[in-house]
Write a new protein. Structure first.
Length: 232
C-alpha cells in the first residue's frame, strides 16, 4: 500500500484519480481549494482524506504535508485556466495562473521531498496540457504555464533521478470535465472528430495514465500525451 497525495482532488481528473488509487487499496490524501461540498462527497465515496489547501500558498502546503507525513506518490494535478486574448489578460490573472499551475508544483514537491529523500524513492506526476506542448490561440497565459510544467518536470527528473525519485508529466487533451463546461457542444464534437480516436477524453482516461506512471519503475522524464491523437 502506497501513500498517494493528489492535488486538485475534489473534482474532474483529480477526483477520478482519488477514486482509482483508493480502489486499489492505497492510502490517499487529496488537497482542494474551496469546494467543501464536492471534497466531502469524494471523501465519503472513496475513504480518502480531504485537506483544504491552496497550493499557491506555501505555508498552507507545508502544513498539509506535516499532517500527511510519509508520501510515496505525489500527483500535482491542481490547475486553473483562462481564455481570452493575451492583451486582455490582467496582470493579476497572469500571476494567479502561474502561482497555481507552476508555483503550486514547486511548493508540493518541496514539501514531499524530505520523505522521498529519506527513503531514496518517490514518484512525482505533474499535469500539463496538449496546449503546453503546442500552444493555443487565446490561451497564451494558460499555455505558458503548462509549457513551464513540462520543462520543470524534465529538469526535476534529471535532478532527482540519482536520489531514486522519478518525475513524469501527463499532458491531457480535451477532457470532458468542468473546464469544458463553457464550450459549446458543436465545438466539442468538432474537436472529437479531429483526433485519431474520434471522441473526447474522460477524467478516468487521465487517471489511468497516472496509475501507469506510478507503477512504471523504469520511466522518468516523460510527457505522456492523453489526447486521443489530437496532437502527435
Amino acid at each position: 500500500m502506497s501513500t498517494v497525495v493528489i492535488t486538485g482532488g475534489s473534482r474532474g481528473i483529480g477526483a477520478a484519480a482519488v477514486e482509482l488509487f483508493a480502489a486499489q487499496g492505497d492510502r490517499v490524501f487529496f488537497l482542494y481549494e474551496k469546494n467543501h461540498a464536492a471534497a466531502s462527497a469524494v471523501a465519503q465515496k472513496t475513504g480518502a482524506t480531504a485537506i483544504c489547501c491552496d497550493v499557491a500558498d506555501g505555508q498552507a502546503v507545508r502544513a498539509a504535508f506535516r499532517q500527511i507525513g510519509d508520501v510515496d506518490v505525489l500527483i500535482c494535478n491542481a490547475g486553473i485556466c483562462h481564455s481570452g486574448l493575451m492583451s486582455m489578460v490582467e496582470e493579476s490573472q497572469w500571476d494567479r495562473l502561474f502561482d497555481v499551475n507552476v508555483k503550486g508544483i514547486y511548493h508540493c514537491v518541496n514539501a514531499a521531498m524530505p520523505a522521498f529523500l529519506e527513503k531514496q524513492r518517490g514518484c512525482v506526476i505533474t499535469v500539463s496540457s496538449m496546449w503546453g506542448q503546442v500552444g493555443a490561440s487565446c490561451e497564451a497565459a494558460y499555455s505558458a504555464t503548462k509549457g513551464a510544467v513540462i520543462a520543470l518536470s524534465k529538469a526535476l527528473a534529471k535532478e532527482l533521478g540519482p536520489s531514486g525519485i522519478r518525475v513524469n508529466c501527463v499532458a491531457p487533451g480535451v477532457i470532458l470535465t468542468d473546464m469544458c463546461a463553457n464550450v459549446d457542444p458543436e465545438t466539442l464534437e468538432n474537436m472529437a472528430q479531429e483526433n485519431c480516436v474520434g471522441r473526447n477524453g474522460t477524467a478516468m482516461d487521465v487517471a489511468n495514465a497516472f496509475r501507469y506512471l506510478a507503477q512504471a519503475e523504469f520511466v522518468t522524464g516523460e510527457v505522456i500525451a492523453v489526447n486521443g491523437g489530437y496532437v502527435i
